[in-house]
Design a protein around this ligand. Structure first.
Ligand SMILES: Cc1cc2nc3c(=O)[nH]c(=O)nc-3n(C[C@H](O)[C@H](O)[C@H](O)COP(=O)(O)OP(=O)(O)OC[C@H]3O[C@@H](n4cnc5c(N)ncnc54)[C@H](O)[C@@H]3O)c2cc1C
Ligand code: SF4
Length: 337
């Protein structure tokens, strides 16, 4: 009987699953398609709801995983084939030094999410103007100290590609209300002279401290929240004109901006359907991995012995991805004893 667990994806969900397996006496083989661990967490500067140091936390968690004797990490590695059943799978891995075959008792899929490129939203001038960026690009600008200086105006636009069955996805991406507030606060902390505007449909911030965090953006940092959908972003000389309708008062509004930040949708990881095909597990209508039972078995896939962890099942924040990584690890350990 095989004893190892294969973990696919080295973001925080996969790292947590590997740590918990090793700390409980098991053995984890963690494969990551990129050259380094950390996933999307490693691209963040601070994390809501307390503006914690993202790079510091993710570096610490990677180091813990690297130092645990029960974890083998294989970067630039993908799953090529899988056969067998719960307790005894044979997997073939594509590694930089060629193919490698392993026997594993369980598999944890922690392939994360992809951040939508909002190119279909031509009305927002994304891809045409360098002053229109996604929220993930804003994280990079912040990390590199490239946020606008002086009395700049920055407009944050919610629900780009989410809650939009015409051009995007029907679902809500769950965390962009919170990270947009984080970005507005980061801007104001870096540059108190800047003005921040947030266009929203309604605020969804369900989590401990999330609602208070958004209130803080409004009340302590004077971020101006305007309820309404942005209709158009127009390039006007070296500025942008953001046109919307304030749906609370029913009037059109126009804000002149130096930077527009689009809170784009969190979508399924690239290649999720192909990976599901190799594993023989189900995806949902969007391509996220489908839970066997959303309520009480959220980390079970449609196949015994293959478990799910993190944002490859639905958009989620770090704390939820960590919780799911731990749960998937405990299920995998049952099969590896
Ligand atoms: C702009 C932005 C700001 C955010 N800010 C916050 C915040 O302040 N606080 C917060 O709690 N959350 C925040 N988040 C959410 C946070 O990024 C996620 O909760 C977290 O990254 C989810 O971790 P994960 O491990 O599920 O997925 P990911 O971080 O996506 O990691 C998945 C990993 O799997 C790898 N992978 C994918 N497919 C394969 C494959 N086939 N084979 C091998 N490896 C594969 C990927 O390369 C990646 O390394 C933010 C997200 C965005 C977009
Ligand atoms: S979390 Fe907020 S910004 Fe993101 S899709 Fe849901 S309502 Fe829109």
């Amino acid at each position: 009987m095989a004893k190892k667990t294969l973990i696919i994806g080295g973001g925080i969900a996969g790292i947590t699953a590997a740590q918990k397996i090793a700390q409980n006496g098991g053995t984890a083989l963690l494969i990551e398609k990129e050259g380094h661990l950390g996933g999307n967490f490693a691209k963040l500067t601070y994390t809501f709801p307390v503006l914690a140091d993202a790079k510091g936390i993710v570096t610490r968690e990677i180091k813990t995983a690297e130092e645990l004797a029960g974890i083998e990490i294989l970067p630039r590695t993908t799953l090529e084939s899988c056969r067998g059943e719960a307790g005894n799978f044979t997997v073939e891995l594509g590694t930089p030094s060629g193919r490698r075959t392993e026997q594993v008792a369980a598999i944890v899929v922690a392939a994360g999410f992809h951040y939508m490129e909002p190119t279909a939203y031509t009305e927002y001038a994304y891809g045409r103007s360098a002053k229109v960026v996604t929220s993930l690009e804003f994280e990079k600008m912040a990390a590199e100290g490239r946020l606008p200086q002086g009395p700049a105006r920055v407009v944050f636009v919610h629900c780009v590609g989410s809650r939009d069955k015409a051009k995007g996805y029907r679902y809500c991406s769950k965390i962009c209300c919170s990270y947009s507030a984080k970005h507005a606060i980061m801007l104001k902390q870096a540059n108190p002279e800047a003005k921040a505007y947030v266009f929203y449909i309604d605020i969804r911030a369900l989590g401990k401290g999330y609602e208070e965090f958004i209130r803080e953006a409004m009340e302590k940092y004077n971020v101006r929240y305007i309820r309404g959908r942005v209709a158009k972003v127009i390039e006007s000389g070296d500025k942008l004109l953001v046109r919307a309708e304030d749906s609370l008062i029913g009037n059109p509004v126009e804000v002149e901006a130096d930077l527009v930040v689009l809170a784009s949708a969190m979508e399924p990881p690239q290649g999720s359907r192909a990976l599901a095909g190799i594993l023989g597990i189900a995806t949902d209508e969007y391509g996220f991995f489908r839970e066997a039972e959303a309520n009480v078995r959220p980390c079970h896939s449609s196949k015994e012995g293959i478990f799910l962890a993190g944002s490859c099942t639905q958009p989620m924040e770090i704390a939820a991805a960590v919780a799911m990584g731990g749960l998937a690890a405990s299920e995998a350990l049952i099969l590896s004893r």
